[in-house]
Design a protein around this ligand. Structure first.
Ligand code: FAD
Length: 320
C-alpha cells in the first residue's frame, strides 16, 4: 500500500513545502506498513526527496504542463493514484495545492481534509487534527471514504529526515486540462516570494503612506526577506495585491514574521499563524498583535526600524 505525496516544484526545484509533505506521507505510510511515493512535475533532482522518506518519485515531464494547471495536475495525479493502487494522497497548503485538492478529490470520489496538522493516531479510523476557526481552534475530522486526500498545513508537522533510496520513474499519461490553460504568466521576478520566504517583513497602515516603505524594503534586504503588507495597505494601492497577507490574502509560513505598524486583526492573524516566530513593532502597547507575538517592541516604527537596520548591518559586518 502506498501513500502518494504531491511534491510541488518551481523551475524544476522542489518548493519549501515539499519536504514537509514528503515527511507527512512517509509517517502515514509507516503507520500503514506501506511506502511513500512522490509525484512531481518537471523535477530536475527528484531523488533528493529520499531524504524525507520518499522511496519512489513519479516524475511527470514533457507533457505540456510546464506551469501549474489545476485541472491537468488533478488528472495526472488521479492516474498516478490508480497506477500505484494508492488510497491516500497528501498535498500541501499552498494556493496551488488548495486549488488542486478539491478537483482531485472529486475525480477520485475521495474525502478531502485541508489544514491538517498531525498524522492520525489510528490510520484505519483516519481521524485527523486540523486547524479551524481561522486557526483559533482545532477540529478532529474523520475521512471515511476509501480514497482520501489530506492537505497538510504549513509549518505544523514539519520536515523530518528519514533517508531512503529514492528511485525516479518517468510518467507520461494522457493529459486532460478540461479546456483550461494559462496563455501567459506575468510573475513578479527578482524578489523572494512570500509563500517560500524564510523571513517576511510586513507593514501595515501604521506606516502612514507608501513613501515610507523604503525602510521596510531596506530591512527586508538586510535580512534576505520577502516584503508583505496588511489588506488596507494593498486596498489603498500603497503596495501590490500580491503582498497582501491574511485570511483573504496569502498565507505566510515563514520562520520569522516581522509585523510593523499592523494592529493584528483576526483576519490578518489567520494568514500568519503558521509562521514560527512573530516579532511585532507597534506604538500601541494594547495592539492585539502583541498577544500573538513571540517578541514585541512597543515603539514608533520610524525610530525602531532604522535602528534595527543599523544594528543588523553592524552585526552582519562583524560576522562576515
Ligand atoms: P490598522 O488597524 O489601522 O492598524 C495600524 C496599526 O499601526 C495600529 O495598531 C497602530 O497602533 C499602529 N501604528 C500607528 N502608527 C504607528 C507607528 N508610528 N509605529 C508603530 N505602529 C504604529 N486584513 C488583513 O490584513 N488581511 C486580510 O486578509 C484581511 N481580510 C479581511 C476580510 C474581511 C472579511 C474583513 C472584514 C476584514 C479583513 N481584513 C484583513 C481587515 C482587518 O480586519 C483589519 O482592518 C486590517 O488587518 C487592519 O490593517 P492594519 O493593521 O494595517 O491597520
Amino acid at each position: 500500500m502506498s501513500v502518494i505525496a504531491f511534491l510541488e516544484t518551481e523551475n524544476g526545484s522542489f518548493k519549501k513545502n515539499a519536504s514537509e509533505v514528503a515527511s507527512y506521507a512517509h509517517a502515514v505510510a509507516q503507520k500503514m506498513g506501506g511506502t511513500a511515493v512522490g509525484i512531481a512535475f518537471n523535477a530536475t533532482n527528484a531523488p533528493e526527496m529520499g531524504t524525507y522518506g520518499i522511496e519512489k518519485i513519479v516524475n511527470v515531464s514533457d507533457n505540456g504542463l510546464e506551469s501549474f494547471n489545476a485541472q491537468g495536475y488533478a488528472h495526472v495525479i488521479a492516474e498516478a493514484v490508480k497506477k500505484e493502487e494508492s488510497s491516500i494522497v497528501v498535498v500541501g497548503s499552498s494556493a496551488d495545492a488548495k486549488y488542486l485538492a478539491p478537483l482531485l478529490a472529486a475525480k477520485l470520489q475521495a474525502g478531502y481534509a485541508p489544514n491538517v496538522v498531525a498524522v492520525p493516531d489510528d490510520v484505519s479510523d483516519f481521524t485527523v487534527k486540523r486547524t479551524a476557526f481561522s486557526n483559533k481552534g482545532f477540529a478532529f475530522t474523520k475521512i471515511s471514504t476509501q480514497t482520501k486526500v489530506v492537505g497538510v498545513s504549513s509549518n505544523a508537522f514539519g520536515a523530518h529526515e528519514n533517508q531512503v533510496d529514492c528511485q525516479e520513474e518517468a510518467f507520461s499519461p494522457s493529459i486532460d486540462t478540461m479546456g483550461v490553460s494559462s496563455v501567459e504568466i506575468d510573475k513578479v521576478t527578482g524578489k523572494v516570494s512570500i509563500a517560500d520566504a524564510d523571513i517576511v517583513v510586513s507593514g501595515g497602515r501604521g506606516l502612514k503612506g507608501p513613501e515610507n516603505w523604503g525602510m521596510v524594503e531596506e530591512l527586508a534586504e538586510v535580512l534576505g526577506a520577502a516584503t508583505a503588507c496588511s489588506k488596507p495597505v494593498s486596498d489603498m494601492g500603497w503596495r501590490p495585491h500580491s503582498e497582501h497577507v491574511g485570511q483573504t490574502g496569502k498565507p505566510v509560513a515563514s520562520n520569522l514574521y516581522i509585523a510593523i505598524g499592523i494592529s493584528g486583526a483576526i483576519q490578518h492573524l489567520a494568514g500568519v499563524s503558521a509562521s514560527k516566530t512573530k516579532v511585532v513593532i507597534n506604538n500601541d502597547p494594547e495592539a492585539p498583535f502583541f498577544k500573538a507575538a513571540d517578541y514585541g517592541i512597543v515603539g514608533d516604527a520610524f525610530e525602531v526600524v532604522p535602528k534595527l537596520i543599523e544594528k543588523l548591518r553592524e552585526f552582519k559586518a562583524q560576522n562576515s
